[in-house]
Design a protein around this ligand. Structure first.
Ligand code: G6P
Length: 608
């Protein structure tokens, strides 16, 4: 989704803006632009396509203040005229991430006041609206505050004016934005990674904050326009952690980072002799004791993590669990169960639908909330009473990989803590699970060693147009995740079914051109799964089976086996995810798609 960078400095800000935009490319975008102020003028450069195209147009552009943007189209097609920044009467320039819901009413009013619209975006109304207040003699800060008071929707904005070369204004409500602190220079950006080359000191803005930013200082005003202080935090992210290094793509790098990401996420439990609720926050013990059921809300890959957790929570902890896609739950009239713990699962912590679903749950009367999230300072973490941070590190590839497996690790820890609290986990079982968790990073590394074989297997998929993924029980959500990965980055139509559902429809699709990929762990459902595989083979379907040791499924005509290591018990879904990630990656390589930035998709979906 849209990315914002801004800077006010004593040096030329154009290289800072371009580098920042490049680092935000992973969020997904279709056009980019920047505006700088100098000599009482605004100079704007915009381009459809990549940030590199914008950079090539900026060779002669410079200024000591500027704002920049990568756009992911919502209102109006991707085009240069719709790209940000939007400028009102050569006077006020704005970049925006979010959606303005009442833009049509505002647009008619501003139209009538003589403001000329040159784009189809909702953002352009913000530029004209601020300008209309600015033209009445307000400061740029007051004009922005007055304009924001008229907006309905979500925004993170950066604003500069041609006659104010020393100040940039920024504000956020519902969309992410942070302030970067330098020496005699200040910055804004959608996330930390954009600014790591220039600073590691950040202020995470609260909902409704408006900031006036100069070279040597800044003032923050809260939603009630009162001056407030916000804590400066030092980012622990190193510049190297967001560099590609020796890998060909971020997705490949992130797949390989999973052993470390899991070890980091599990650190708190692996270094201790027992499981304690405190890892979810100071109030966790009390909250979990009062919890009678769990409702998990999430989107995309994070939703799949929730689906796996349902099996764990019900079977191991004996606690009722429902999992719902956030975009559905937020608009559904649902019956709130008292004593339900609402768990939001999210890599970014900024996904608009998940945030809205959480707010909807709170309105429904749920006040026990837990965020499982990869970004410590994100909105979701701040909105929840309890938290468990996954420590996957920055995930740049749009298709989520290490965030997913670390979410699973966190959800498994939740299961164990809940189970212990409910008296369902003996000391012996607890030690056994802890031992398995400690072993998990090494077990994942062993699966990663299958990479060359999977790369070879992927050659058989490049010419296919459809694929069917099968799993059962705990591994059905892994089949869903495998299908999602394949469709996201290789654009092959892929569907996942619980294998028992085959005969209720999808079997009709099976022929020699439909590869059927099956997750075959050595668990209680293995024999059932084998029968389902026979059903496929009998219809001439080509089977690709990821089978644990001792499953006794043998390679034969039309049956290709990828041998997985030993069965990992309850943690098996984590191991079985890895080859499906690798398969999707290598099929995408075969097809030559843009692996890290697949068409039409965004990493952080900060609008509805
Ligand atoms: C987008 C990303 C997915 C991600 C989903 C939810 O669709 O491309 O990879 O799973 O958003 O994002 P979240 O940050 O809430 O996990």
């Amino acid at each position: 989704m849209c990315g914002i960078v801004g800077a006010v400095s004593e040096r030329n800000v154009v290289p800072i803006l371009l580098e920042g935009l490049q680092r935000l490319e992973y969020r997904g975008y279709d056009s980019a632009g920047l505006v700088v102020g100098h000599g009482g003028q605004l100079e704007r450069v915009r381009s459809i396509g990549r940030v590199a195209d914008l950079a090539s147009k900026c060779a002669n552009t410079s200024g000591l203040i500027g704002i920049a943007h990568t756009r992911w189209a919502t209102h109006g097609v991707p085009s240069e005229r719709n790209a940000h920044p939007h400028i009102s009467k050569n006077h006020v320039a704005v970049v925006h991430n979010g959606i303005i819901e009442n833009y049509e009413i505002l647009r008619s009013r501003l139209d009538a006041e003589g403001y000329e619209f040159t784009s189809d975006t909702d953002t352009e109304v913000i530029a004209h609206l601020i300008n209309s207040h600015y033209a009445r003699g307000n400061s740029l800060l007051s004009a922005t505050q007055a304009a924001l008071a008229e907006l309905v929707g979500a925004y993170a904005i950066g604003v500069i004016a041609s006659d104010n070369p020393d100040h940039m204004i920024c504000a956020r409500r519902g969309s992410p934005l942070l302030l970067g602190i330098g020496i005699e220079e200040h910055f804004i950006a959608s996330d930390v990674s954009a600014l790591l080359p220039v600073t590691r000191r950040f202020v995470h803005l609260e909902e409704g904050d408006v900031v006036e930013i100069g070279r040597s200082g800044y003032q923050i005003y809260d939603a009630e326009s009162s001056r407030v202080e916000r804590e400066i935090q030092i980012s622990e992210l190193s510049n190297e952690s967001v560099q590609l290094g020796a890998y060909r793509h971020y997705m490949q790098k992130e797949i390989h980072e999973q052993p470390q990401a899991l070890a980091d996420t599990l650190e708190s439990v692996c270094n201790s002799q027992s499981l304690v609720p405190g890892i979810f926050g100071a109030e966790a013990a009390q909250t979990f004791a009062e919890t009678g059921s769990i409702l998990i809300l999430a989107c995309g890959t994070s939703y799949h993590a929730g689906l796996v957790a349902r099996y764990w929570l019900e079977e191991i902890a004996g606690i009722r669990c429902t999992v719902e896609v956030a975009s559905e739950y937020r608009y559904r009239v649902s019956v709130a169960e008292p004593k339900t713990l609402v768990v939001v699962v999210s890599q970014s912590g900024e996904t608009a639908d998940t945030q809205a679903a959480l707010n909807h749950a709170k309105k429904n009367g749920h006040d026990h909330t837990l965020a499982i999230c990869n970004v410590a300072e994100s909105a979701l973490v701040r909105l929840c009473k309890l938290r468990m941070l996954t420590r996957a590190g920055p995930e740049i590839g749009v298709a989520s990989t290490k965030a997913f497996t670390t979410q699973l690790a966190a959800l498994f820890m939740l299961t164990l803590v809940m189970s212990k609290q409910r008296g369902r986990l003996s000391a012996e079982q607890e030690q056994k699970h802890l031992h398995e968790l400690r072993h998990l990073p090494a077990a994942v590394q062993k699966v990663l060693d299958l990479e060359p074989q999977i790369a070879k297997l992927a050659e058989q998929f490049a010419g296919k147009h459809h694929a069917l993924f099968l799993g059962r029980g705990l591994h059905y959500p892994i089949a869903l995740e495998g299908a999602l990965k394949l469709k996201e980055i290789s654009y092959i139509h892929a569907e996942a079914y619980p294998a028992g559902e085959l005969k209720h429809g999808p079997l009709a699709l099976v022929d020699k051109d439909m590869p059927v990929i099956s997750v075959a762990p050595n668990d209680a459902l293995l024999e059932k799964l084998k029968s389902n595989l026979q059903e496929v083979r009998a219809r001439g379907g080509e089977l690709y089976v990821f089978a644990d040791a001792h499953t006794h499924i043998s390679e034969a005509d039309g049956i290709h086996i990828m041998q997985m290591p030993e069965h990992a018990g309850y943690l098996s879904p984590i191991l079985h995810t890895i080859p499906l990630q690798l398969l999707a990656y290598y099929v995408a390589l075969q097809k030559g798609t843009d692996v890290d930035k697949p068409r039409n998709l965004a990493k952080s979906v900060t609008v509805e």
